[in-house]
Design a protein around this ligand. Structure first.
Ligand code: ASP
Length: 316
């Protein structure tokens, strides 16, 4: 069995590449890295890699993580600047004995020494969004919106699994701010004998529930990926509302070692991309009904095309 699931429609072309590698019996790690790099390299996605939206100082600081579900290797970078593919740096770090998670200048130094591609990640389009938003806002109301992390779980024909994330984090975040994406168990988690999960949404809230670990733990207890995703999102959402009066965006995907998959969200606009030996490459639009049940419907081609058209339309 092989399979791959990813957060957001933006992962479609990447997943297509990744599953091509999985079909040819390549490793889950190579497939995942290819999938995420595709999203990182695409200039019109404002929340991952090249073209990602900047922090409040107009710098693009990127977070990424990689976990191997067989060896438990884990590597991550946070607030790294000017490197093309943070996922590749995170994967390389996962193979180190220690120093597996590096931030800021330390992460950049490691990437430079190890020959990773340097790139100015701030595009003209991202500058335009930044300047426009800056004008619209007073100091007091910095928006923490405009986010979408690519999170992927990958299962290969050798029954190995891995998981990874890559993001520019929240638009207008503070310099040095780190979200859930590079945090083990929050942004992603995977165990090849059970399954894996990845998250997107408000990092400050996702990490309060160690949500990806929680989903894998629930699958270990016997839940299906769908049950585990819904239970984890609904429980964290409920607890945040009760204790803090509000819950940020929480959206997740999961796949188990049999290639069965699930997803859940507490927002109206989540989408996932999935493909496995049993499931053709598909995009689903995901939301939640008033009883807390996950609703998912197959996205049609018009919606899939519109997603990219919206993001690449000429700037006003
Ligand atoms: N979770 C990411 C963060 O908080 C953002 C996102 O997924 O959209 O950095």
């Amino acid at each position: 069995m092989w399979g791959m699931i990813a957060t957001w429609r933006m992962a479609l072309e990447g997943v297509e590449k990744g599953v091509h590698l999985l079909r040819e019996q390549n490793s889950c790690g190579d497939a995942l890295e290819a999938a995420i790099k595709e999203v990182e390299d695409f200039p019109y996605y404002k929340s991952v890699g090249y073209g990602g939206l900047p922090n409040e100082e107009m710098e693009v600081e990127l977070d990424a993580a990689y976990m191997d579900g067989s060896t438990m290797d884990f590597g991550a970078v946070a607030a790294i600047r000017d490197f093309a593919n943070p996922i590749s740096v995170a994967r390389a770090l996962s193979k180190e004995k220690v120093n597996n998670m590096l931030v800021g200048e330390g992460a950049a130094k490691y990437a430079a020494v190890n020959g990773f591609e340097r790139k100015n990640m701030l595009t003209e389009r991202a500058k335009h969004y930044y300047k426009k938003r800056r004008k619209e806002l007073s100091e007091a109301e910095r928006p923490y919106d405009g986010h979408d992390t690519v999170g992927v779980v990958s299962l290969d024909t050798h029954q190995q699994m891995c998981a990874g994330t890559s993001t520019s984090g929240l638009f207008m975040k503070r310099r040095g701010r780190v979200g859930d994406s590079p945090i083990c168990g929050s942004g992603c988690y995977v165990d090849s004998e059970i399954g894996g999960a990845a998250a997107t949404g408000l990092g400050e809230d996702l990490m309060k529930g160690c949500i990806s670990y929680e989903i894998v733990r629930k699958m270990k207890e016997g839940m299906t990926p769908q049950q585990a995703c819904e239970a984890a999102v609904n429980k964290l959402d409920e607890r945040l509302r009760k204790q803090r009066g509000a819950a940020g965006d929480l959206s997740v995907v999961a796949m188990n070692a049999n290639g069965e998959w699930g997803c859940a969200t507490n927002i109206e606009t989540f989408s996932v991309v999935v493909c496995s030996e049993k499931q053709p490459l598909s995009v689903y639009r995901v939301s939640r009904d008033s009883d807390g049940n996950c609703k998912r419907e197959l996205a049609d081609q018009a919606w899939i095309d519109e997603y990219v058209a919206q993001r690449s339309k000429p700037l006003e």
